[in-house]
Design a protein around this ligand. Structure first.
Ligand code: NDP
Length: 291
């Protein structure tokens, strides 16, 4: 006699949990992008956008571990301080000195940084970093991640242009000491001219981010040449003055939405093992940001 129950699939009401710890958290659109990918691939996974204060970060990480979370993203202001609560760091996260993605391996939390690698993956759709001479504007968290990953991906020269000299010099030194690329600091002089031998010019400052959408980099845009690839880390809005004016000068461009999507792709790949559909993620982001 057939046991009717044996034909019924076992109940499966337990989801795999991932999420984000940041403060503020309300304007972070990542949840829309990641959950769209989970839905598209039919995964019983969730992504919870959590506002966590700096004093509570340790409790949040311990809580995530206690609840068996598969991993989580960290954003402002936790990318550096979260390291104290993790079991291990991946090589590039260690060099960058910051973590944006935590991955559970058995019962250990491993810190990864997918910001820079996401940037590199996106860029590979346009050009290969190996052997290239790169100029990066900015020396904050995003610039550090991009500079280190471009160098690890084989860029030969990384010039850092930053408003505050100390931060810029420190990043240039980091590149030279920790990778095989040559790091160099260039002071940000007024109406800065991008050196003619540059292959890839990247804005990793916060200039152009919503709501300051008309803010421009203090750069002589006529120094951008058609052979250069020009990229921006600003995801909102993606068509910054930097991107628009570079395009008008015949440069190939990559916007900050591409960086955001690709760092999310890497995080989902780490957590779930699947390679998520990028277009679904980009569409979900664009919709969430009302672009
Ligand atoms: P930080 O605060 O760590 O760094 C900000 C950088 O911008 C510094 O180098 C700062 O220079 C520079 N800067 C700020 N205002 C100006 C200005 N008016 N003129 C020149 N330089 C300026 O921020 P993050 O590095 O974490 O983030 C930077 C941007 O990258 C943010 O807008 C963020 O949205 C974006 N981002 C995008 C990601 C993506 O996936 N697309 C991922 C992570 C970040 P100084 O040192 O002199 O103060």
């Amino acid at each position: 006699m057939v046991n009717a129950k044996s034909n019924i699939e076992a109940p499966h009401f337990l989801s795999h949990i991932t999420g984000s710890f940041a403060m503020p958290a309300a304007e972070n659109p990542t949840v829309a992008m990641v959950e769209a990918a989970y839905r598209h691939h039919g995964l019983n996974w969730r992504y919870l956008n959590c506002e966590v204060s700096p004093e509570r970060l340790g409790d949040a990480v311990r809580g995530a571990k206690a609840m068996g979370w598969e991993g989580f993203n960290c954003s402002i202001p936790h990318k550096i301080t979260v390291i104290d609560f993790l079991d291990e760091l991946a090589v590039s996260a260690e060099i960058i000195g910051a973590v944006n993605t935590v991955v559970r391996r058995d019962s250990r939390f491993i810190g990864e940084n997918t910001d820079g690698r996401g940037f590199v993956e996106g860029l590979r759709g346009i050009t290969e970093p190996a052997g290239k001479s790169v100029v990066i504007f900015g020396a904050g968290g995003a610039a550090r991640a991009v500079a280190v990953e471009m160098a690890l991906a084989g860029a030969t020269r990384v010039r850092v242009v930053n408003r505050s000299r100390a931060r810029g010099e420190e990043l240039a030194r980091l590149v030279t000491e920790k990778t095989s690329a040559q790091g160099e600091y260039l002071p940000w002089t007024s109406n800065f001219r991008v050196p003619e031998d540059t292959d890839i010019a990247i804005n990793n400052t916060s200039v152009g981010l919503y709501p300051n959408v008309d803010e421009r980099l203090d750069v002589d845009m006529d120094s951008l040449r058609p052979h250069m690839v020009v990229a921006d880390g600003i995801p909102n809005p993606p068509r910054t003055p930097w991107i628009r004016e570079a395009e008008a000068r015949g440069c190939r461009v990559m916007d900050g939405l591409a960086m955001l999507v690709h760092q999310g792709v890497l995080a989902i790949r780490y957590w779930t093992g699947i390679d998520p559909e990028k277009d679904v993620m980009r569409r979900a982001l664009a919709e969430a940001l009302r672009l």
